[in-house]
Design a protein. Structure first.
Length: 366
């Protein structure tokens, strides 16, 4: 299966850098040249529509070549690693890499609490009880959002339209209506919007189910209709990652391996982080490959730090806490779950396959 490492010169972090540059804000990483050229026309409104899970593979499979979105595909860009919503959306919302912001996966081990925390909902893995009486990641991994940064420049107004943004919405109809309303207001603006489909449906139904196709075709039609309503606006459509149909290896089926680890894996099913007992550090890699075969790339903490797979920049001090001793990165169709009782979605992401890593950069100039 074809794999792709993140390209931090042609990725979501570079897209975010172009936005910051366009509005006269400080940016930490190279910009995206294709985006810079479009932004040079100084549109009144710059709109980024991010549809969760709508990678290049999904677009190519479910939409015809003459569909609105595919006709306006400028290029393919890279997600970040892991190719997952937590890491990727925080990157596009902050302009920094996963290694810098630290929100590197759905579940992280916080030694301060001695808990595996699902960082978006702020719950404990397995029990789903509140992780603390405060938002753990929000407190321990703070970052400044692009929305705040742009607003602080005074050069434009910036908004985020999503179920948890500055302009909160709860339906896709509300999302598109709010974008139109903001675009019609006076002054320069940056508008970032996020919607959780087709990812939510793909997790439940698989990548190539008819229900996914209907959703993507609906998104295509809605974006086309939106663009007919706008003037002096640059609309960018992209995604945080793609998905791949996934099977699972169940860790409790491998007692030798299970005995070597201190706690269940964290980060993601397709980027599984292992904290290994001291006495098994030298044997873990051999035992892992004996059990799991070559469907994963196993990287040690030192390998990870040398590779910069999580990105470059001012590395978050807690980053080393989160990457454990080894990370098993999916390069084929398998993920790893701790036990048979853990959810095993028909499709998943966070690995290094092209299906997960390549996302579209679509541009419509109005």
């Amino acid at each position: 299966m074809e794999i792709k490492y993140p390209d931090y010169t042609n990725s979501l972090v570079n897209l975010a850098s172009s936005i910051l540059k366009n509005f006269g804000a400080v940016y930490r990483h190279p910009t995206l040249p294709a985006f810079d050229r479009l932004l040079s026309d100084n549109y009144k409104n710059v709109v980024v529509l991010l549809f969760d899970g709508m990678g290049v593979d999904a677009l190519s499979y479910h939409l015809t070549a003459d569909s609105f979105l595919r006709k306006h595909l400028v290029t393919e860009i890279s997600s970040v690693f892991p190719s997952t919503t937590t890491a990727a959306t925080i990157t596009i919302e902050s302009g920094i890499t996963p290694a810098e912001h630290g929100w590197i996966g759905w579940t992280l081990y916080f030694k301060e609490l001695d808990k595996l925390v699902n960082i978006f909902p702020n719950t404990v893995k397995f029990t789903q009880e509140p992780a603390a009486d405060y938002h753990v990641a929000g407190k321990l991994l703070p970052y400044n959002s692009i929305i705040n940064i742009i607003n602080e420049t005074g050069n434009a107004k910036a908004y985020s339209v999503s179920p948890f943004g500055t302009n909160k919405i709860s339906t896709i109809d509300e999302l598109f209506n709010e974008v139109i309303s903001l675009c019609r207001q006076e002054g320069r603006k940056y508008i970032y919007s996020y919607w959780d489909e087709p990812d939510a449906t793909m997790h439940m139904a698989g990548c190539y189910d008819e229900s996914v196709g209907l959703l993507i075709k609906d998104i295509n039609d809605r974006v086309e209709k939106l663009c007919r309503e706008l003037e002096d606006t640059l609309v960018i459509v992209t995604s945080d990652h793609g998905l791949i149909d996934t099977k699972y290896r169940i860790l409790t089926d491998y007692p030798e391996l299970l005995n070597m680890i201190k706690r269940p894996p964290s980060i993601e099913n397709r980027a599984a982080c292992f904290y290994v007992k001291e006495e098994y550090q030298s044997r873990f890699a051999d035992e892992f490959y004996k059990a799991m075969g070559d469907d994963f790339l196993l990287m040690s903490k030192e390998d990870i730090k040398k590779s910069n797979i999580f990105g470059y920049g001012n590395i978050r001090p807690k980053f080393e806490d989160f990457i454990g001793d080894f990370i098993a990165i999916a390069t084929a169709e398998y993920g790893i779950v701790y036990s048979i009782y853990q959810k095993q979605d028909p499709a998943n992401h966070a690995g290094l396959t092209t299906k997960e890593m390549l996302v579209p950069f679509i541009a419509i100039e109005k």
